[in-house]
Design a protein around this ligand. Structure first.
Ligand code: KG4
Length: 342
C-alpha cells in the first residue's frame, strides 16, 4: 500500500513550525521560536507575523531535508487555519496555499486546538500502538485555552468546560511576571516550585458551576498577597520565591484536577489525556499520574516536544482529514476564534 506523507505547517502564534509525517510516524518536526517577544513580556502580533515571514521558507526546507523527503513525494499539505493571531495565521495559510498550488497537492485546513488533542496519535516508529481509544476526555491547557473536551472521534470533539476568564497558562505567566520572572513564566515557576513548599501560602480557588474554569481570582489573590507582604518586607519575593512558585503551581493543578475528576466521573470516561503548553508542567503531570492510578484511569501525557505549538500535530490532524477525504479549497481564509464545537 502506498504511504501517506503529509507536510504540516503551524504559524498560529509565535512559533513557526513545519513537520513531515509518513503514515502517522514523525520523520521531522522543526520549530523556530521568536525571541523578539521576550523584551515585551508577551507576544506582539505584528512582530510575530514578520518573524513568521522570515522563518517559514527555511523551516519548511529543513523539515523536508531532515525527513529525507523530496517535495514530489508529498501526499498533501496541512496547515493551521485557526484559532490564533490572524497576522501569524495568514503567513502559514498563504505559504501552504502557494506550496500546494505549485505542486498540485491537496490542501488540508486544521483546527489548532483539535491538533493539540490529536498529537497523542503521532508515533515515533511503526511499531508504536499505544494511542488513546475513543471516546476520551482531554484537558487542553495552554497560554490561551483551558478546556475540557470530550473526544468522540478525530473530527467529533465537544468542549464541555472552559475558562470563563484567564487560561491556566496565563495564570502561570501573569503571576510569574508579578515575581519578576521572565516571559513565559510557566517553565520558571515549574522549576522553582520543585524546591518549594506547596502549602506555604493559601491562594484563592474558584467556585464555578459545571466543568468551567476560572483563574482571574487566583491571579488577583496572588497579586494582593505579594503586594501586602512586600509592604512588610521588601525582600519578600526573593526570600520566598520557591514557596510562592510551589503554592501557585499546586493551586493551579488542584483547580485543573478538580473539574477533570468531576467530568470523568459524571461522564463515565476513564481514558484521560492532557495537551497544550501547560501539560509540560511537572506538577500537573505527576498529579495526573497519581490521580489516574488511584481512579483506574488510562492516562495519556504527551512527550514534552508535543506540548507546545508544533507542526507534527498539524500534520497528524491533517492525516485524519486526508483519510476522510476532507480537502479544502484555495479560497479558504484563517479564523481567529472558534465556537463550542471543535
Ligand atoms: O500551547 P502553548 O505553547 O501556546 C499558547 O497557547 O500560547 O502554551 C504556552 C503556555 C505558556 O503560558 C507557558 O507559560 C506554559 O504554556 N508552559 C508551562 C510550562 N511550559 C509551558 N506552564 C507551566 N509549566 C510548564 N512547565
Amino acid at each position: 500500500m502506498q504511504s501517506t506523507i503529509i507536510l504540516g505547517i503551524e504559524s498560529s502564534c509565535d512559533d513557526t513550525s513545519a513537520a513531515v509525517l509518513r503514515d502517522g510516524v514523525m520523520l521531522s518536526n522543526v520549530i523556530a521560536g521568536q525571541k523578539v517577544h521576550e523584551y515585551y513580556g508577551g507576544v506582539v502580533p505584528e512582530l510575530a507575523s514578520r518573524a513568521h515571514q522570515q522563518n517559514i521558507i527555511p523551516v519548511v526546507h529543513k523539515a523536508l531535508s531532515d525527513a529525507g523527503i523530496d517535495k514530489s513525494e508529498l501526499s498533501a499539505v496541512a496547515f493551521t487555519r485557526g484559532p490564533g493571531l490572524l497576522g501569524s495565521l495568514l503567513v502559514g495559510t498563504s505559504f501552504a496555499k502557494g506550496f500546494a498550488q505549485a505542486l498540485q497537492l491537496p490542501l488540508i485546513e486544521v483546527n489548532h486546538l483539535q491538533a493539540h488533542v490529536l498529537a497523542h496519535f503521532i508515533r515515533n516508529n511503526e511499531g508504536e500502538t499505544d494511542v488513546p481509544e475513543f471516546p476520551f476526555l482531554c484537558l487542553l491547557v495552554s497560554g490561551g485555552n483551558s478546556q475540557l473536551i470530550v473526544v468522540r472521534s478525530a473530527s467529533d470533539m465537544e468542549i464541555v468546560g472552559q475558562t470563563i476568564d484567564d487560561a491556566a497558562g496565563e495564570a502561570f505567566d501573569k503571576c510569574a511576571k508579578v515575581m519578576g520572572l521572565p516571559y513565559p513564566g510557566g517553565p520558571f515557576v515549574d522549576r522553582l516550585a520543585q524546591q518549594g513548599n506547596r502549602a506555604a501560602f493559601k491562594l484563592s480557588k474558584p467556585e464555578i458551576a459545571g466543568y468551567d474554569y476560572s483563574f482571574s481570582g487566583l491571579k488577583t489573590s496572588f497579586l494582593y498577597l505579594v503586594r501586602d507582604k512586600e509592604l512588610e518586607n521588601p525582600e519578600f519575593i526573593t526570600e520566598n520565591l520557591n514557596d510562592l512558585c510551589a503554592s501557585l503551581q499546586a493551586t493551579i493543578v488542584d483547580i485543573l484536577l478538580k473539574k477533570l475528576i468531576k467530568a470523568a466521573n459524571e461522564l463515565k470516561i476513564k481514558t484521560i489525556a492532557v495537551a497544550g503548553g501547560v501539560s509540560a508542567n511537572s506538577g500537573l503531570r505527576n498529579a495526573l499520574l497519581e490521580t489516574g492510578a488511584r481512579r483506574g484511569w488510562k492516562v495519556f501525557i504527551p512527550p514534552v516536544q508535543f506540548t507546545t505549538d508544533n507542526a507534527a500535530m498539524i500534520a497528524m490532524a491533517g492525516l485524519f482529514r486526508y483519510a476522510a477525504g476532507d480537502i479544502c479549497s484555495l479560497d479558504v481564509v484563517p479564523y481567529a476564534r472558534v465556537t463550542n464545537q471543535l
